[in-house]
Design a protein around this ligand. Structure first.
Ligand code: NAD
Ligand code: DAU
Length: 385
């Protein structure tokens, strides 16, 4: 697809950019808001329905910031969305809101269809109606940035990379709903001329991630000397990026990205799940030795594999690197060390709060494993040491 490039120096020059962010109380959205508020002149309206994965505490420091507003709203509620658009008058929409955990999509896909597909449709309808009433000059500046995932491309064998031109081939209910939302966003660009940009990022890690995803779950379980459930043989590979490196790329795309384009974001940092879990064990052992002086690697338990488990994701990030002169600041080891430190410092605060708040609604099988879940304690340990 062709696109129009807007130089950062001319984009909304002299104006306060008004960002309507959906899902800003979640992991990546809250990192984006922290970065935006540190970089004037953004004014932000965060629309989030506050699911189990979010916490009002994640953005507590901005509650009295005059450049920040919050609305507890479901993106499926079009009437409220219309009012919020009319009153706030956004220059840009950044759409993060989604159900995001693959395992949950396997046990209960309906929430994913509702938020990721129907919710995106509802947001597109509202944004389109709002866009059509803007002046010619306002239309020039308007953007709809849709945050998607590399999982829409399906999975890879042991070689190859996802390119922006790779076909959509999602495998899980989660990735199928994200791919569907990408198709809707593209249709609103072609049919109604809504100025959209789509991004596909790889696996994020860092502070404020709900501890059901691999890295924060393993950190908290290891700190509490609980079992560490590794799916299958632990050999599946993900391409990891520190969350601030992702949101930093998004800011560049927001300011200089070409309308109608897709950008893949990744940090060239592929690791198998078992390698990551062992890394976490070793780092935590060095910081807080196990009370019985044993290696936390012994807490690893191999459990039933995820159905349809994607083997490998890997992003070719050439486009985003060359077009925006972007590169990640964190190596995997520096990012992981920062992340572990953050979870240790916030175990009794943010982590306890978000777990207590969610516990009433959800059972965390992977936090409290039963012996019957384990099929081996030793499977492939030698292969990955
Ligand atoms: P998250 O689960 O931490 O946060 C999602 C946020 O969306 C939550 O605050 C939740 O309350 C909100 N939300 C969900 N449904 C909503 C609805 N119907 N209305 C309003 N708000 C709703 O997710 P995340 O990891 O921060 O992911 C954010 C986006 O980035 C998602 O679209 C995800 O697909 C995409 N993404 C995530 C990763 C990753 O590794 N986490 C990688 C690439 C892309
Ligand atoms: O690639 C981007 C995607 O990354 C995002 O779009 C998703 O929102 C995000 O959740 C993430 O999906 P994954 O399924 O890759 O992430 P998760 O942390 O759930 O799992 C990472 C890998 O670790 C995966 O191969 C499954 C495995 N795993 C996960 C958990 C929770 C385990 O072995 N044990 C576990 O307990």
């Amino acid at each position: 697809m062709l696109g129009r490039r807007i130089e950062s120096s001319s984009y909304c020059k002299g104006k306060q950019l008004k960002l309507l962010i959906t899902g800003g109380a979640g992991f990546i959205g809250s990192s984006m808001i922290r970065q935006c508020l540190a970089r004037m002149p953004y004014h932000i309206l965060n629309i989030d329905k506050l699911t189990y994965a979010s916490s009002s505490k994640s953005l507590k420091e901005f509650e009295s910031n005059l450049n920040y507003q919050f609305s507890c709203t479901d993106i499926n509620d079009q009437r409220s969305l219309r009012t919020l658009f009319t009153n706030f008058k956004p220059t840009v929409v950044v759409h993060f809101a989604a159900e995001t955990h693959v395992d949950r999509s396997i046990t209960r896909a309906s929430d994913f269809v509702q938020s990721n597909i129907v919710g995106t449709f509802s947001l597109l309808e509202t944004a389109s109606a709002y866009f059509s009433d803007l002046s010619a000059e306002e239309k020039q500046h308007f953007r709809f940035l849709h945050i998607s995932t590399d999982e829409v491309y399906g999975d890879l064998g042991s070689d190859g990379y996802f390119l922006e031109t790779s076909p959509l081939a999602p495998n899980s209910p989660y990735s199928a709903t994200k791919a569907s939302s990408d198709l809707l966003v593209n249709a609103w660009y072609r049919t109604y001329g809504l100025p959209i940009i789509i991004t596909h990022c790889s696996n994020n890690y860092g502070p404020y991630q709900f501890p059901e995803k691999l890295i924060p779950l393993m950190i908290l379980n290891a700190l509490e000397n609980k079992a560490l459930p590794v799916y299958g043989k632990g050999l599946n590979i993900r391409d990891w990026i520190y969350v601030e490196d992702h949101t930093n790329a998004l800011l560049r795309i927001l300011e200089r990205g070409r309308i109608g384009q897709t950008y893949n974001i990744g940090a060239n940092s592929e690791h198998s799940n078992l390698e990551i879990v062992y890394n976490i064990c070793d780092l935590i052992d060095s910081l807080v030795p196990h009370p019985e002086q044993i290696s936390r690697r012994s807490l690893v338990k191999f459990v039933q594999d995820r159905p349809g488990h994607d083997f490998r994701y890997a992003i070719d990030n050439t486009k985003v690197r060359t077009e925006f002169d972007w590169q990640p600041n964190e190596s995997f080891s520096s990012g992981l060390a920062k992340t572990i430190k953050w979870y240790m410092e916030n175990a009794d605060g943010w982590c306890r709060h978000i777990l207590d708040q969610s516990q009433s609604k959800t059972i965390f099988k992977n936090r409290e494993m039963k012996d019957s879940d384990v099929y081996s304690n030793e499977h492939s340990h030698e292969q990955t040491q």
